[in-house]
Design a protein around this ligand. Structure first.
Ligand SMILES: N[C@@H](CCC[C@H](N)C(=O)O)C(=O)O
Length: 279
C-alpha cells in the first residue's frame, strides 16, 4: 500500500489515496501505521476518497483507531495532496467529511499549494449537540474540578467536541495526567478533545492540546478554532486570533455576521513510501 506522510504544523497523519488503494480495516490500520516505534509514526490515518457530493472525501482515524468526524489540519493536507498530485487543478476545493462539506481556498506557488484557508462552518455551542452533559444550554466558563484543580471550561463543537480551559502557563500543564481525565470525564459521553489556553493579548492566544484518541499532538486545527471561539465568547480576544501551538501558528477568524469560522495555515508533504509488511 502506497502512502504519503504529511503534516499541518506538526499534526502528522499517514495519507492513503483510495482512488488507487483499498484499506480493508481503517481502524486497525490506523493503530499500526501510527505507532512511532513499530509503524510509520503519526497522529492517525487519513483516507482520501471519491465523493458523490463534493470534489473529494476525507475519512480520518485517530491513533487509537477511533474515527474522527473532522480534522482541521488534515483537511488542509488533503487539499494540498489533491492539488499537488494533479488530481484537480481547482484552487477552490470542496471536501466531504463526516461533519459535512467544507470549502478550501488554496494559495499556490510554482504549481504547489502553500497555504489553505478552510471555511470550517458554524461553531456548535449547544451542550447536547457537543455532546456534553449539563443543566445549561451552553457551557461557557463553567467550573469543573479535575484532579483537585478548578478549571473554567467553555465547550464548542467544530464537527468534533472540544473543552477549552484557561491556564496561566501552558508549559506547566501536566497534560499526560490531566488530558485523559478530561477526555474520559462522564461529562462527555463521546469523550472530548481538550485545549489548555493562555491568552497573550486580544489578538493572540497560545494553546496545548490533548486529542481524543491520539493524546498530546503538536497542533489541532479544530481545537484552534474552538479555542478562538471560546476566547471571543469569554471576551478575551477580538474576532481574529493568531493561535500559537507547539508546531506553529494558525490564523482563525470568526465571521459573526455569517456565523462561520475560517482557519488559515500551511500543509506539507514529509515523505512517501510503500507498506509491504506491517505487524
Ligand atoms: N487533529 C485534528 C482533530 C482530529 C480528531 C480528534 N482527535 C477527534 O477525535 O475529535 C484537527 O486538526 O482538527
Amino acid at each position: 500500500m502506497k502512502f504519503t506522510k504529511m503534516q499541518g504544523i506538526g499534526n502528522d497523519y499517514v495519507y492513503v489515496n483510495c482512488f488507487e488503494e483499498t484499506v480493508e480495516d481503517p481502524g486497525e490500520t490506523a493503530i499500526r501505521v501510527s505507532n512511532r516505534h513499530f509503524g510509520i509514526g503519526s497522529d492517525g490515518l487519513i483516507l482520501i476518497k471519491p465523493s458523490d457530493k463534493a470534489d473529494f472525501m476525507m475519512d480520518m482515524y485517530n491513533a487509537d483507531g477511533s474515527q474522527g468526524a473532522m480534522c482541521g489540519n488534515g483537511i488542509r493536507c488533503v487539499a494540498k495532496y489533491v492539488y499537488d498530485k494533479g488530481m484537480t487543478d481547482k484552487t477552490e476545493i470542496s471536501i466531504e467529511t463526516k461533519s459535512g462539506i467544507k470549502f478550501i481556498k488554496l494559495t499556490t506557488a510554482d504549481g504547489r499549494a502553500e497555504l489553505a484557508q478552510v471555511n470550517m462552518g458554524a461553531p456548535v455551542l449547544k451542550a447536547e449537540k457537543i455532546p456534553a452533559v449539563s443543566n445549561s444550554m451552553e457551557i461557557i466558563g463553567e467550573p469543573i474540578e479535575i484532579d483537585g484543580e478548578l478549571y473554567h471550561m467553555t465547550c464548542v463543537s467544530m464537527g468534533n467536541p472540544h473543552a477549552v480551559v484557561y491556564v496561566e502557563d501552558v508549559k506547566k500543564v501536566q497534560i499526560e495526567r490531566t488530558g485523559p481525565l478530561f477526555e474520559n470525564h462522564p461529562f462527555f459521553p463521546d469523550r472530548v478533545n481538550t485545549e489548555f489556553v493562555h491568552v497573550i493579548d486580544e489578538n493572540t492566544i497560545e494553546m496545548r492540546v490533548w486529542e481524543r484518541g491520539s493524546g498530546e499532538t503538536l497542533a489541532c486545527g479544530t481545537g484552534a478554532c474552538a479555542s478562538a471561539v471560546a476566547s471571543i465568547l469569554n471576551g478575551y480576544t477580538k474576532d481574529e486570533v493568531t493561535v500559537k501551538l507547539l508546531g506553529g501558528d494558525l490564523k482563525i477568524r470568526w465571521d459573526k455576521k455569517e456565523n462561520l469560522v475560517y482557519m488559515t495555515g500551511p500543509a506539507e508533504i514529509v515523505f512517501e513510501g510503500e507498506i509491504t509488511c506491517l505487524k
